[in-house]
Design a binder for this molecule. Structure first.
Ligand code: APR
Length: 308
């Protein structure tokens, strides 16, 4: 039997993630939204594309939460997206209420699922989702680091005119402005990036990555990025469903790792059929440690505001 993935929120990110999943044929999808007709319409359109993709996947849209029951993976994209001038934190209160509502339902209807949290501010929402569902922390994961990492890779690829396939980047810390890129692990086919680009240029590309989401928001005027976020979701889904055990930067619960307790933070993890199978600890330099701590502090500040 094919696995079942439910995607909560049939907006730009949710629907595009649904597309990537059904296009690959690795699972069936249920697309849920509170707006009547929206998930049904998008699901029907996607179902009509499946024959052209030679995909056996089934997809349906719904406004009834119980249709998502017994999912293997639940991807949460429900919530408000940023408008120009807004930071991810501006979405805090509104999206927290949505996450609370959705997660109480998920805990009842898909108690054995693995949850991927996408709604922003993602690190905080991941912590909230874990608290509400009372799932093992291995089964509640936030999507952020893969996206930041992919953005940095894209900019490096453009700058160097080298295929992104040969570029490796790794990003820690909170999603977006708070990210901590590990330049010393940024390589092109194993060659340290510092051999190929001047420090100033690397810093400029890192800065562009930090503001990668905002750059797109200001161009789109309404709505925020969704192709790269959805491709990042698909990466996670695939590693879990196919038990690929990829090493990917995701928001995971830290309980002593990296010297941090009781906090969701972006770190490299092994993603397999059990969810987060391992948090991979890298020895950080003094400077990296300080940046990471700063990033943790600002996520904690938001968590405090919500009194989670
Ligand atoms: N249950 C289900 N869906 C909901 C709920 C809810 N309680 N509340 C809102 N939604 C739906 C909206 O109806 C909308 O269709 O969530 C969808 C969000 O879609 P978009 O506005 O297109 O936002 P999108 O770009 O998909 O971003 C979603 O992901 O990357 C983050 O910052 C982004 O928090 C935002 C989220």
């Amino acid at each position: 039997m094919r696995k079942k993935i439910s995607i909560i929120g049939a907006g730009n990110v949710g629907a595009t993630a649904a597309q990537f999943v059904v296009q690959s044929g690795i699972a069936d999808v249920v697309l849920f939204d509170i707006i009547e007709g929206l998930p049904q319409g998008k699901a029907l359109d996607l179902a009509e594309a499946c024959p052209l993709w030679d995909s056996p996947s089934k997809i349906r849209g719904t406004n009834i939460f119980s249709d998502t029951s017994d999912s293997d993976i639940v991807v949460i994209t429900a919530g408000l997206a940023r408008k120009p001038g807004m930071s991810r934190s501006d979405l805090l209160q509104a999206n927290a209420s949505i996450i609370k509502e959705v997660c109480s339902e998920v805990a009842k209807t898909s108690p054995n699922s693995i949850i991927i949290v996408v709604t922003n501010p993602m690190d905080v929402m991941a912590q909230l989702a874990w608290k509400i569902t009372e799932f093992s922390c291995k089964r509640v994961i936030g999507m952020g680091g893969i996206l930041d990492s992919s953005r940095l890779t894209a900019f490096l690829s453009l700058e160097l005119d080298i295929s992104p396939e040969d570029i490796e980047t790794i990003v820690l810390g909170g999603h977006g402005d708070e990210m901590v890129p590990l330049s010393r692990f940024t390589t092109v086919k194993g060659i340290p990036i510092t051999e190929l680009l001047p420090k100033k240029k690397i810093e400029a590309l890192i800065e562009r990555t930090r503001n990668g989401g905002a750059e797109i928001v200001s161009l789109l005027k309404s709505g925020s990025a969704y192709y790269a976020p959805s491709a990042s979701i698909f990466h996670m889904v695939k590693s879990i469903l196919l038990d690929e055990k990829r090493l990917l930067p995701c928001a995971a619960y830290l309980n002593g790792e990296y010297g941090i307790k009781d906090l969701y933070m972006g770190v490299p993890v092994i993603l397999g059929k059990g969810g987060v199978e391992k948090v991979v600890e890298i020895k950080l330099t003094k400077e990296e440690k300080a940046q990471f701590k700063k990033s943790c502090k600002s996520v904690r500040k938001l968590i405090k505001k919500l009194s989670i």
